[in-house]
Design a binder for this molecule. Structure first.
Ligand code: HEM
Length: 500
């Protein structure tokens, strides 16, 4: 029957190239927003013979990605994944047994209950984060990355990373020096982040990124082997912490090399998907590894930006914390009594979706939806950015307003989120990410105030939110100031985090 059904509406296709020249390569979500206006919530586009569908509403996303997940859970197979040595990481795997095994391992250490086992770790690292921000505010990205990186490394490998001497950190530091000389990062990011570029001919700007592929492949190898070897040593014996690697080794005993390879890939997938692991790595390696991105880091950076722009939100949050916690440092037992803090976390993820177009899905068979034909092998982009600005879901959607997640009684509403994607590919780190976000947010708010920085004349330096581009985006650096608002808590944090 599919032969009779038309393709979904979309922009006019040129012969051969299709819509290759219609797309704003640096910010494709702007092009897609435009198409949504003209053609609706389900748009068809084509680039060099590859079918694309862009989903721009929660309803269509749920109908297809959730309800028909048996068809919509594949990933595109891109030759760049292979060239860069990342075709077997979780986020790039096709749907099938291997992916299911990966996701099972994630589930064991990152599900809601297991994530709760990291409460102490989250808080300890969050307190370190506060201390670091206060002592070197200009190093904000490093501090956020250290925070997000160390909690994920602990969950995957069971050891605590330190900024000195960690193998992930070491190998990526070294890489930076070489890599930054051979490639233009902006282009490479764009190239790798937006799969449609894959289909463009080699004369198209940006293709130079390929030169760098073999080195990247070698680097991924090292990133897989080195932390694993540490984990193997530190996870034997009694009292070893639960981690993805430890659980796997415990269950499988002496493992053969294919098995070892398997767990290495899963563990590194978590580290690179969950954080940017470490800064140097982030800058350059992530630009070629499509999945390497600072999702938690980006969310926390957006949080700081939102606080700077909304002193009223900060004041209300502090008042809530003081009422519930007195002079104590907030901990997870306080969480149910701090709905406004959680509303802030939700609003951060809604206001500036970390992945404006999610990660691309692909169909594994032909389908028909609302009378439209969706061919097998179609690449599905979910315009999370469009969902975040959808007035049908959020009134005054461009405004940062945590209140929208609360009921009239001040309780959290059951609003669903799109930030973690959909269906069988939904982010397996979402519980873990939510909790790590919460710990950092509550620790920062309870102890410090984020304000605009002053210029030499004592005037506020204005801040206009600006974001990078790519698969996952983050705020461009902005001037800010951070001051202590509760020195009792600040002192306790120094003690607790061992940074006295
Ligand atoms: C604020 C933080 C985070 C955000 C906003 C986020 C968001 C996302 C999104 C949108 C996807 C794509 C889902 C889809 O295809 O429909 C994804 C996939 C993924 N995320 Fe996250 N994530 C975050 C943190 C994490 C963390 C902490 C981890 C690991 C510890 C993680 C591991 C992964 C993995 C492995 C995938 C690929 C799953 C698959 O392809 O089946 N993420 N994430």
């Amino acid at each position: 029957h599919s032969a009779q059904a038309p393709l979904p509406p979309g922009p006019r296709l040129l012969p051969f190239v299709g819509n290759a020249f219609d797309i704003d390569v640096s910010k494709p979500w702007l092009t897609y927003a435009n198409w949504k206006e003209k053609y609706g919530d389900l748009v068809y586009s084509r680039v060099l013979g590859q079918h694309f569908i862009i989903i721009s509403s929660m309803k269509v996303a749920r109908d297809l990605l959730d309800k028909r997940s048996a068809i919509y859970s594949n990933r595109p197979v891109l030759r760049a994944y292979e060239e860069f040595g990342i075709s077997s990481t979780t986020a790039t795997l096709s749907y099938g047994d291997t992916l299911r095994r990966h996701r099972k391992l994630y589930h064991d250490v990152l599900n809601a209950e297991a994530s709760a086992g990291y409460h102490d770790l989250f808080l300890r690292k969050a307190h370190q984060l506060v201390v670091n921000l206060l002592s070197a505010p200009e190093g904000v990205e490093d501090h956020l990355e250290m925070y997000a990186g160390s909690v994920v490394i602990a969950a995957s490998y069971g050891y605590e990373a330190s900024s000195e001497g960690d193998p992930l950190i070491g190998c990526t530091r070294e890489a930076v020096e070489i890599v930054k000389n051979v490639m233009a990062p902006e282009r490479a990011t764009v190239m790798m982040a937006f799969p449609f570029l894959e289909y463009l001919p080699s004369w198209f700007p940006g293709v130079t990124y390929r030169r760098w592929a073999p080195y990247c492949k070698e680097l991924t190898r090292r990133m897989m082997d080195e932390p694993f070897e540490i984990a193997k040593k530190t996870t034997t014996g009694a009292g070893r912490p639960s981690s993805m690697v430890a659980n796997f080794l415990r269950e499988n005993g002496d493992i053969s090399s294919p098995e070892e390879e398997f767990i290495k890939v899963v563990a590194i997938s978590a580290s690179i998907a969950g954080t940017e692991t470490v800064r140097p790595c982030s800058r350059y390696v992530r630009q070629s590894l499509i999945i390497l991105h600072p999702k938690t880091v980006s969310a926390l950076h957006t949080f700081l930006l939102a606080m700077l722009l909304h002193p009223d939100v900060q004041s209300r949050a502090v008042a809530e914390i003081n009422t519930v916690c007195g002079d104590n440092i907030p901990n997870f037992e306080h969480k149910p009594s701090l709905p406004y803090i959680e509303a802030i976390c939700r609003e951060v993820l809604r206001w500036q979706p970390v992945t404006p177009l999610g990660l691309p899905h692909a169909t594994s068979q032909d389908d028909v939806y609302e009378g439209y034909f969706i061919p097998k092998g179609t690449l599905i982009m979910t315009a999370l950015r469009a969902l975040s600005r959808d007035e049908r879901l959020y009134s005054e959607a461009h405004r940062f307003d945590p209140q929208r997640h609360l009921t009239a009684e001040g309780k959290l509403n059951d609003g669903s989120t799109f930030a973690y994607g959909f269906g069988r590919r939904i982010c397996p780190g979402r519980h873990f990410a939510d909790l790590s976000l919460w710990a950092a947010v509550v620790s920062i708010l309870s102890t410090t105030r984020i304000t605009k920085a002053k210029d030499s004349e004592g005037m506020d330096i204005p801040v206009i939110p600006e974001y990078t581009t790519g698969l996952a985006i983050h705020p461009k650096p902005f001037a800010y100031a951070i001051t202590i608002i509760n020195s009792r808590r600040e002192e306790q944090m120094r003690v607790v985090s061992g940074m006295e």
